[in-house]
Design a protein around this ligand. Structure first.
Ligand SMILES: [Zn+2]
Length: 208
């Protein structure tokens, strides 16, 4: 009970620091926007990856688990790799074509991300029969891609087709609140999963 309480406090403290960093990142970007298109896209992509990695790292900090640590790198790669859909939709590796699409590319659709995460969960579970690993794989995708979409939503709003109409561009408080909700969802899912596993192990020991 006490350990859960301390973990919740640690989670709040860690997430507040992260939200502060996410805010500072946007302020710095607004002041130091490169004029060159290529550099601008490169910096923006790196910031997405960094945001995904840092937001996952709060979970590592809270749960202090080595297996979670490994997924920080996965989150970093996924946060960056999401923008590959610009090039896939443009059917070209030219940046100007990738940045002038008539509609938004598919990986930027929020409901699709949750659907993909569900598919990944089932696929990993089927392949390795490890509930914890499949959950972390699915959650790291949700973490990286939803944080990416939220950051993009500061300029363009969220693309929620076909579940809901698209949103207006998010304000900074809405963006930070949505990042907090995303973290809270991941925290609760992992807390319940790790606790349930522990209870299951203790039950098995009692029956030996
Ligand atoms: Zn993007």
């Amino acid at each position: 009970m006490i350990s859960s309480f301390i973990r919740i406090l640690t989670a709040f403290a860690g997430e507040i620091v992260f939200l502060g960093l996410a805010y500072v990142l946007e302020v710095i970007t607004a002041f130091c926007k490169p004029q060159n298109n290529f550099l601008n896209a490169l910096l923006d992509n790196f910031e997405h990856a960094l945001l995904a990695c840092l937001s996952w790292f709060v979970l590592v900090f809270v749960f202090m688990r080595r297996d979670l640590m490994l997924f920080s790198l996965v989150a970093f790669i996924l946060g960056s790799a999401m923008d590959i859909d610009h090039f896939l939709s443009a059917k070209s590796f030219k940046l100007d074509k990738a940045l002038s699409l008539p509609s938004r590319p598919p990986f930027h659709n929020t409901p699709l991300t949750f659907l993909l995460a569900f598919v990944i969960y089932i696929a990993v579970y089927w392949t390795v029969n490890d509930q914890k690993l499949s959950l972390m794989a699915a959650l790291s995708l949700v973490n990286a891609w939803i944080s990416h979409q939220l950051r993009d939503a500061l300029r363009r709003g969220l693309w929620l087709y076909p579940v809901m109409p698209d949103t207006e561009p998010l304000s900074m408080p809405q963006y930070l609140s949505a990042l907090f909700c995303l973290f809270f969802l991941e925290f609760v899912i992992l807390e319940v999963t790790f606790k349930y596993k522990l209870m299951l192990m203790m039950n098995n020991l009692n029956h030996v």
